[in-house]
Design a protein around this ligand. Structure first.
Ligand code: DAH
Length: 332
């Protein structure tokens, strides 16, 4: 009988030692020390023993139970502390650790050109203004000396909204309407550039996009002449492109300026880039802006921003700039 007690004790101790979690220890505890456990079973058999043996066997059972109890408590405490250690390790937060940075993005080519243009014009004493991308017929055409029947309207490939079926609400085709808004908003002298997004019904190709960016310039003051315009364009050219560049004006026609010109930039190698339009603000445009043409005169200009980015970085196909292919964009 004593041997049976020892066997039961040893079997129980092996099971306790083999337990891997506090839950397992608890299950072994209930099984081996419970009422239906092997040691409890031996205890019920005590009654059938001779009195002398009963005492010795009973004592052996009690000792066995105490040994198993102690083993269970120790194992349980040990496993619980292991668990705590593991959790603390997992939750560890090293605040002194240097985090290696993820790859950083950068502004888009057109945004870079936009910001540089602003910097250059601010350096020349201009202020910056912006207008809405959804415009009315009045600001986009009418106030710019293009009444409803004006043939120049057809050159703009306008995208109309269906907000207003008579076509009086549209996506602005150029930044020139901001000239009118500025004249109506602030009193001269005005020295302002107005960058922004413009829209035209165009199929994308290497040199055209239906959405692109322009920057508009407007100066209104007393006694402004064409030489101020030419001087400003040249100062801008040298500040933006560098001292080796120069500019020229070529006669042209725009409804909102009179006289009108196109301006070109000369590269140091002698080749020319056609940049944009300009001219002396038409008296009708000054009047639409609420200004008296007898008192005030001014000049205006407008050109594409994306083209500046293309020129600077030698991008062949404008579509590459807007396809959002990260392999292309991240080169700049
Ligand atoms: N708005 C014209 C365009 O989109 C560009 C332009 C020409 C702007 C002459 C001007 C200007 O301010 O004076 O084609």
């Amino acid at each position: 009988m004593i041997d049976e007690v020892r066997q039961a004790r040893d079997a129980a101790l092996v099971r306790v030692a083999a337990s891997c979690t506090p839950d397992e220890v608890r299950a072994v505890d209930a099984e081996v020390l419970g009422k239906k456990g092997p040691l409890a079973g031996l205890k019920t058999g005590l009654g059938g023993l001779p009195v002398d043996d009963r005492k010795a066997v009973g004592q052996a059972i009690n000792e066995a139970m105490t040994a198993v109890r102690t083993a269970i408590d120790e194992r349980s405490a040990c496993l619980r502390s292991e668990q705590t250690t593991a959790r603390i390790a997992a939750e560890r937060l090293d605040l002194t650790e240097v985090v290696t940075r993820q790859r950083r993005g950068h502004p888009h080519l057109s945004t870079q050109a936009w910001e540089r243009l602003e910097d250059v014009f601010v350096g020349l004493g201009f202020q910056i203004a912006e207008g809405p991308e959804v415009e009315t017929d009045f600001y986009n055409f009418e106030a710019l000396n293009m009444p409803r029947s004006h043939p120049a309207r057809s050159g703009f490939d306008t995208l109309f909204t269906d907000y207003n079926p008579d076509g009086s609400v549209l996506l602005r085709t150029h930044t020139s309407p901001v000239q009118i808004r500025v004249m109506r908003e602030i009193a001269p002298p005005i020295y302002m550039v107005m960058p922004g997004k413009v829209f035209r019904r165009d199929t994308p190709d290497a040199t055209h996009m239906p959405v692109f960016h322009q920057i508009e310039g407007l100066v209104v003051d007393r006694n402004i002449t064409m030489t101020h315009l030419a001087g400003t364009i040249d100062a801008f050219t040298k500040a933006f492109f560098g001292g080796g560049f120069s500019s020229r004006l070529r006669p042209n026609y725009f409804p909102f300026t009179e006289p009108s010109a196109e301006f070109d930039i000369r590269r140091p190698d002698g080749t020319w880039i056609e940049l944009g339009g300009c001219g002396m603000v038409h008296p009708n445009v000054l009047r639409a802006g609420g200004l008296d043409p007898e008192v005030w005169s001014g000049f205006a200009f407008g050109f594409g921003i994306d083209r500046m980015a293309r020129e600077r970085h030698g991008v062949d196909d404008l579509r590459d700039m807007f396809s959002n292919d990260i392999r292309f964009i991240e080169q700049f």
